[in-house]
Ligand binder design. Structure first.
Ligand code: ADP
Ligand code: MG
Ligand code: ZN
Length: 619
């Protein structure tokens, strides 16, 4: 719902530009129509002949032209297509019109004189300026993605969704896998359903609740479901809507939003992307008094301004609670925090169930297995995957969605669509096959490594080939052996290239980067280096939910930095040797896997395990 809106206003702007062009076109048509196009021009001689024949009813002098109305229509030979006309124009071949006028008077012709349309004469010179102004206004509107009219500037763009009746309400049945959050919100629903019950007891109900969690975990959905369950009005606005071009507009919108909610109480006011308005004050560029700060102040004032018993509850959502202004989290404001986490296996299964409710599933579809195969997926990712699977099945013309469609959809969600068309030489293909075979074999042989799920040399997204290993369940802690195996598996692609083809390629760059990163973390964060011991280095500043490092200021000496680098290099080097030895010992299997890959392009984990078993039986 929030996402549709910018697109709408772009559409509106495009439309208004088209309207403008259309109006201009009409004006042009009008101008040319009256004076040039419609009335044919005839030679002076023809006109004079008709005058002698007494066939002229009336004339109008328009500057050096004469418009003539005939009594009986005449034929005008216009380059082979003669036309019958009763009006025509004549260019006058002389300056002095007296003679002609006398003659016309003598014949009893009606005479009129007209100066060229004075309105047009005065409009043409200023038209460019008018156009510039119109364009400027249009541009301005576009820049601030304005509401429908200038008058509604300060009106909140909140849409009241699902008020009491209409539309299908979102309920708790649509939200799965985040049961703790749902449980915490039940009390709020009770209150909204019957505020008096709580008032009688003098219970204090929170005014503001903040939903905190990574993107796509269902925060927006949850807020809507609360409104749906409680059957109250729901006003939703996104924090970024508040931050406007004009100072003061955001604040006006906040006031309008709350005014409307109060008129419709009991109601929920949902502020999505709260961090957009709620950042630390004074942290913005441009000093202390910028637009965002005014908006935030207005929000604080409004939140303090209503009585909890008015039946309004403000729900905010953010994935950056770390940057919120502390004033927002003070008692009486957003003082209740509910964490919405990424779903675990059971949660994922429940979410898949919700989203496949209306989809005809094949008998082979096992949602539990799918849930196991999608660690780290958010609710939105899962919804996306289900939708993709349905699309894939529909494209194949099937009446139901099968497991293979889900598998394909998952790969697509993780890595982007297959790029079968990418041209590749057979030499390149061979190299990729060996590279992936290396990863695969390493994952197969190393202790603790995640089991192989699938290997392919079909390019997908940015990768030329992929080896997928899926953890058997969500892992929260990792052992030293597991990480070392992971590093080994990452290095194995390059090692295989080196071993068989006696060369290395740039294809391994990403693997190396990931392996190095893991090794660095082992040394600096997880205390897994023997030389340095259980100490962490570098103060970490991460986006809490995005998992991205912003910076890592150094808090140790030059000497320690050198040791860290040495340790990282040692880890990588050790693993490289271990892998090279392992691959050399299993060279026939490596060849076999690569061969099979070149033949079939995609191998499942089972097929690969079979290859290894066969080899072991023979030796
Ligand atoms: P957020 O606001 O946390 O970024 P949304 O509520 O916008 O996430 O989720 C986007 C979509 O993902 C929802 O409309 C829904 O289809 C799906 N989704 C996310 N989480 C869940 C969940 N827990 N249960 C069911 N569907 C979910
Ligand atoms: Mg959202
Ligand atoms: Zn690789």
């Amino acid at each position: 719902m929030n996402k549709g809106e910018p697109r709408l206003s772009v559409l509106r702007n495009v439309l208004s530009i088209f309207t403008l062009l259309f109006v201009l076109f009409l004006l042009y048509k009008l101008a040319t129509y009256r004076y040039q196009l419609e009335v044919p021009e005839i030679p002076y001689s023809t006109f004079y002949g008709e005058l002698q024949n007494d066939n002229i009813q009336a004339v109008t002098f328009i500057e050096d032209k004469l418009r003539v109305v005939f009594k009986a229509p005449i034929m005008v030979g216009d380059e082979g297509s003669p036309k019958k006309v009763s009006t025509a124009e004549v260019l006058l071949p002389f300056e002095n019109k007296d003679v002609l006028v006398n003659e016309l008077l003598a014949k009893g012709v009606e005479i009129r004189v007209k100066h060229r349309s004075s309105i047009w004469n005065s409009i043409w010179p200023i038209l460019p300026f008018v156009l510039i102004v119109v364009f400027w206004v249009a541009l301005f509107r576009m820049m601030q993605q304005g509401p429908q009219s200038a008058i509604s500037f300060g009106k909140a763009r909140a849409r009241e969704v699902q008020s009491k009746d209409k539309v299908r309400r979102v309920t708790f049945d649509d939200v799965a896998g985040i049961d703790e959050a749902k449980e915490e919100l039940r009390e709020v629903i009770e209150f909204l359903r019957d505020p008096t019950k709580f008032k009688r007891l003098g219970a204090r109900i929170p005014k503001g609740i903040i939903l905190v969690g990574p993107p796509g975990t269902g925060k927006t959905l949850l807020a809507k479901a609360v409104a749906g369950e409680a059957n109250v009005s729901f006003f939703s606005i996104s924090g970024s809507d508040f931050v406007e071009l004009f100072v003061g507009v955001g604040a006006a919108r906040v006031r309008d939003l709350f005014a409307r909610a109060k008129r419709n109480a009991p109601a929920i006011v949902f502020i999505d992307e709260l961090d957009a308005v709620g950042r630390y004050r004074g942290a913005g560029i441009g000093g202390g008094h910028d637009e965002r700060e005014q908006t935030l102040n207005a929000l604080l004032v409004e939140m303090d301004g209503f009585d909890p018993n008015e039946g309004i509850i403000v729900i905010g959502a953010t994935n950056r609670p770390d940057i919120l202004d502390p004033a927002l989290l003070r008692p009486g404001r957003f003082d209740r925090k509910i964490v919405v986490n990424l779903p675990d296996v059971n949660g994922r299964e429940a979410i898949l169930k919700v989203h496949t409710r209306n989809i005809p599933l094949g008998k082979d579809v096992d949602l539990k297995k799918l849930a196991q195969g999608t660690p780290g997926f958010s609710g939105a990712d899962l919804a996306n995957m289900v939708n993709e699977a349905a699309l894939i099945a529909a494209k194949k013309g099937k009446g139901q969605v099968n497991m293979e469609d889900f598998e394909e959809a998952r790969d697509k969600v993780i890595m982007g669509p297959e790029r079968r068309s990418l041209a590749m030489s057979s030499k390149e293909k061979r190299m990729i096959a060996y590279h992936e075979a290396g990863h695969t074999l390493a994952a197969l042989l190393l202790p603790e490594a995640d089991p192989i799920h699938k290997v392919t040399i079909i390019p997908r997204g940015l990768a030329l080939g992929t080896t997928q290993s899926l953890p058997t369940d969500d892992k929260h802690t990792f052992s030293r052996e597991y990480i070392l195996s992971k590093i080994g598996t990452l290095l194995a692609g390059r090692a295989a290239e080196k071993l068989v083809l006696n060369t290395v390629t740039t294809g391994a760059a990403n693997d190396l980067e990931m392996a190095t990163q893991l090794a660095r973390k082992m040394v600096t964060e997880w205390g897994m280096s023997e030389k340095l011991g259980p100490v962490t280095f570098g103060k970490k500043e991460e986006h809490i939910f995005l998992g991205k490092e912003i910076g890592r200021p150094r808090d140790h000496s030059e000497r320690i930095a050198e040791i860290i680098d040495d340790e990282i290099r040692n880890i990588i080097h050790e693993q490289e040797q271990r892998i090279e030895k392992l691959l050399r010992e299993h060279l026939p299997v490596l060849h076999k896997i690569a061969e099979k890959l070149l033949e079939k392009e995609t191998l499942t984990g089972e097929e690969i395990r079979k290859i290894l078993e066969e080899y072991r039986r023979q030796n």
